[in-house]
Design a protein around this ligand. Structure first.
Ligand code: PPE
Length: 307
């Protein structure tokens, strides 16, 4: 999806012009995928733009960095304030925000420990990741021939840049075969997640999603959706899910900051339910959008107002 340029990007403590936010070609992160990042969204609310679960995203960024022994040279508070500043100075209301921590220029080789650590935060207006039609009518997915990482190969708890080669291959395979998205299985054969989203099924009124042990990222949208589902009176829990459980689900959807809450209408050409968004999916989707847009007072603590 194309990026819409705005004015400023925050780089290592300073706001720089968009076109000046450049790095050297020998940057470590470019060669070895040595970086961790976040995807965050801000939404327009009646109180002005609000960033959804900002503290939780920054917390996860620091956790990702810890896994890779990357020392972020800023405090959580500094990055929270910087994220708000980026949205504010670019006069954005709803936008996507991309903080990235990466190993910088000056050292080459696989030992990351002597490398400099750089931090950047960019934001731009970005439509929903899988398209408006997908959001409304649902998307088609394919089980990928690519497997999700083994936790002892690439830890799924850390949102690291390098791990996305796996997602990209699964995405390309799905698109080339005319599906919208892919679902990857864990090395043990359980359902893990989509290329950049967590996955949920609804079966007999119960809502299930794979655990981190199946290679799923600890999604913040996933966590929000589980809370919302509980508040709506549904039982939502983590469980190992088989490929055939997907085929036989009554409803299915995926969740992610970029994608938001998107119904799934088919898996490997098996139609899910009636092939259109089911009632539980629709209720959760509506409440998620209500929450991020500040329309539901019970979720106000998830919002960080920019002004
Ligand atoms: N799994 C993966 C692999 C993943 O990348 C994401 C977010 C999620 C689950 C959902 O996590 P959360 O956003 O906290 O609910 N993917 C981000 C990057 C997407 C991209 O294509 O880049 C995102 O949604 O911002």
């Amino acid at each position: 999806m194309p990026i819409t340029e705005v004015e400023k990007i925050w780089m290592d403590g300073k706001l720089v012009d968009w076109k000046d936010a450049q790095i050297h070609v020998l940057t470590h992160g470019l060669h070895y995928g040595s970086g961790v990042f976040e995807g965050i969204r801000a939404y327009q609310t009646s109180g002005g733009p609000a960033i959804f679960r900002l503290e939780d995203h920054i917390e996860r960024l620091f956790n990702s960095a810890k896994v890779y022994m990357i020392d972020i040279p800023f405090t959580k508070r500094q990055l929270i304030d910087a994220t708000k500043e980026v949205v504010r100075v670019n006069k954005l209301d709803s936008c996507y925000i991309r903080p990235i921590v990466y190993l910088g220029y000056g050292e080459m080789g696989l030992n990351p420990l002597p490398c400099s650590v750089n931090v950047a935060i960019a934001a731009w207006p970005w439509g929903t990741y899988l398209g408006e039609e997908g959001l409304e009518k649902g998307v088609s997915v394919k089980i990928s021939s690519w497997q999700r990482h083994d936790p002892n190969a690439v830890p799924p708890a850390a949102k690291a840049t390098g791990m996305y080669l796996n997602s990209s291959m699964a995405k390309v395979e799905a698109l080339k075969a005319n599906y919208d998205e892919a679902i990857l299985l864990s090395p043990q054969g359980y359902v893990s997640e989509c290329t950049g989203e967590n996955v949920f099924i609804v079966h007999g009124g119960k809502i299930l999603t794979p655990p981190a042990t199946a290679g799923a990222l600890e999604g913040i949208t996933k966590d929000s959706v589980m809370t919302i589902a509980g508040d709506l009176g549904y039982q939502a829990s983590e469980a190992n899910i088989l490929r055939s459980d997907l085929y036989l689900a009554d409803e299915m959807f995926l969740t992610g900051t970029a994608a938001e809450v998107v119904p799934i209408r088919s898996v490997d050409d098996r139609v899910i339910g009636e092939g259109k968004p089911g009632p539980i999916t629709k209720a959760i989707q509506a409440n998620y959008f209500g929450a991020v847009r500040g329309e539901l007072s019970q979720y106000k603590e998830w919002l960080d107002f920019v002004n």
